[in-house]
Write a protein that binds this ligand. Structure first.
Ligand SMILES: NC(=O)c1ccc[n+]([C@@H]2O[C@H](COP(=O)([O-])OP(=O)(O)OC[C@H]3O[C@@H](n4cnc5c(N)ncnc54)[C@H](O)[C@@H]3O)[C@@H](O)[C@H]2O)c1
Length: 418
């Protein structure tokens, strides 16, 4: 398979949208300019498994500018932007294997296809590609120098592989960079999750009870943005610290059992499974909207919802109505998959600028340092993280203060007190 996209004729539309995103990715473009001159990735084969969006397309072009030979597949069956996939194939010679709405079998066939270049570097979002490589295509592992991972859930899986001593090469946890999770997970997921809910349903959030499960980086963002639109936000958590933070940030905190009875819109964003279960669906009000923005579609127990329903209808794109035996109607968005990438376009380019700057610089770092690295999960070096923050501020025209020599000394000493 050379490539697999929905319709190669969509390339022109995709190209314009890629250009539109590029205008808001100045940090990544500065890296591209340097990569074009220095070619730090010359001849390196990369297999990437990422959401196939306009921002990802720009990252692929940066890797290509650095000299890499790239193949791309989707990291979620519903997140692909078909026009973007076509533009990458037709205009940029990047074999892309991704079709929005592909079934599970095709999703995994596409991962295998993306790996057909026998990669030296893997770039993953959720660790499905790494998992296929370590289970079904182990013969390719000898060529791999290292990899990067984009999201919280992927890093949890990879750390577990490292703990079980089955991880076969070093991976850089891009998600753990401050310039990634503090911005992408919080402001990116915050805005785009609300965007997905609104595009799918056209609901008015003002005055509604929005229940957010998980008050981590993503959950904080979703809660803040829902509050900004006038929703009454309720947070459900399992971690006492995160729950306390939500209370002091001004949100109502309660168990999901309680929240299920009063919520109008439910958003899971925990990275965990079975967060909304049968007993929760049993107590929800008719008309409740249920969606997920965590990485996998296991946060909502969809089989349980299906089993307790006597009827189901597709009401609109990404909205499915389930009728329960007692006549209530519950609305599931985007098959319980990432609502922000399925029903909307994912994070805005302005925030992906930093996430993908981390990706590009992490690959460069890996190639220079892999020989010294163990088969472990590594954080992005703080030097790279700070450089990205500095560059981002500069592109936003924001100037900050600098420590004087005296202040620097004071902050590193103990002699001066009251
Ligand atoms: N939609 C997107 O575009 C997008 C972007 C970034 C990350 N993610 C994904 O979102 C998920 C969350 O990421 P994060 O960075 O916020 O993680 P995080 O670790 O910062 O936060 C997760 C929170 O969920 C809580 N939690 C766990 N199980 C729970 C349960 N049963 N009920 C209530 N709360 C529970 C944890 O205590 C934690 O506070 C991950 O799957 C991540 O990969 C999605």
């Amino acid at each position: 398979m050379e490539y697999d996209v929905k319709d190669i004729g969509l390339a022109e539309k995709g190209e314009l949208r890629i250009e539109w995103a590029r205008q808001n990715m100045p940090v990544l473009m500065a890296i591209k300019e340097r990569f074009e001159k220095e070619k730090p990735l010359a001849g390196i084969r990369i297999a990437a498994c990422l959401h196939v969006t306009t921002e990802t397309a720009n990252l692929m072009l940066v890797l290509q500018a650095g000299g890499a030979v790239v193949q791309l597949c989707a990291s979620n069956p519903l997140s692909t932007q078909d026009d973007v996939a076509s533009a990458l194939v037709k205009n940029h010679n990047i074999p892309t294997f991704a079709i929005k709405g592909e079934d599970n079998d095709t999703y995994y066939q596409h991962i295998v296809a993306a790996l057909s270049n026998s990669p030296q570097v893997t770039m993953d979002d959720g660790a499905d590609l790494v998992s296929v490589l370590h289970s079904k295509l182990t013969k390719l592992l000898d060529h791999v120098i290292g990899g990067t991972e984009e999201t919280t859930t992927g890093i949890i899986r990879l750390r577990s592989m490292a703990a079980d001593k089955v991880l076969r090469y070093p991976i850089i946890a891009v998600n753990d960079a401050n310039t990634k999770h503090m911005f992408d997970n919080r402001y990116g997921t915050g805005q785009s999750t609300i965007d997905g809910i609104i595009r799918a349903t056209n609901t008015l959030l003002a005055g509604q009870r929005v229940v957010v499960a998980g008050y981590g980086w993503c959950g904080k963002g979703v809660s803040q943005r829902a509050k900004g639109l006038g929703a009454h936000v309720i947070v459900a958590e399992v971690n006492p610290l995160a729950a306390l933070e939500a209370v002091m940030d001004g949100f109502e905190v309660m168990s999901m059992d309680e929240a299920a009875k009063i919520g109008n819109v439910f958003v899971t964003v925990t990275g965990n499974k079975g967060v909304l279960q049968k007993r929760h669906f049993e107590s929800m009000k008719s008309g409740a909207i249920v969606c997920n923005s965590g990485h996998f579609n296991v946060e909502i127990d969809i089989p349980a919802l299906e089993a307790m329903s006597v009827g189901r209808r597709k009401m609109r794109d990404f909205v499915e109505e389930f009728t329960t035996a007692d006549g209530r109607k519950l609305y599931l968005l985007a098959d319980g998959r990432l609502v922000n990438l399925s029903a909307a376009e994912g994070h805005p380019a302005m925030v992906m600028d930093m996430s993908f700057a981390n990706q590009a610089l992490s690959v460069e770092y890996l190639l220079a340092n892999a020989k010294k690295m163990e088969k472990q999960v590594y954080v992005v070096p703080i030097r790279i993280d700070q450089e990205i923050a500095k560059l981002k501020l500069a592109t936003m025209g924001v100037k900050i203060d600098h420590l004087s020599a005296e202040q620097e000394h004071y902050l590193a000493s103990w002699q001066e007190g009251t």
